[in-house]
Design a protein around this ligand. Structure first.
Ligand code: FES
Length: 85
């Protein structure tokens, strides 16, 4: 049974979001998850363009879409969600 604190991160790999930051965010967040022993709680995957390119780079966390994401604000979001009960 999944832990309710588990986080599923889906990074847009579409032709707008990916080169505008999500390529770097994906690489760095992979290392962050491993380095902080979060592989049991945080899953990472890529998704295709969802038509919100102008608001990107976009990242979905647990089915909620966040816009203008970079590595630093993604780390903040992850830590906030992991701290929630
Ligand atoms: S490329 Fe990410 S929403 Fe279009």
């Amino acid at each position: 049974m999944p832990n309710k604190k588990d986080i599923k991160i889906s990074i847009c790999m579409g032709s707008s979001c990916y080169p505008r930051g999500n390529r770097e965010t994906l690489e760095r967040i992979k290392s962050y998850v491993i380095d902080n022993n979060l592989t049991e709680r945080v899953s990472l995957e890529g998704n295709l363009c969802e038509g919100m390119c102008k608001d990107g780079p976009n990242v979905k966390i647990n089915d909620e879409i966040y816009h203008e994401i970079d590595y630093y604000n993604l780390i903040n979001l992850i830590n906030k969600l992991l701290d929630e009960d």
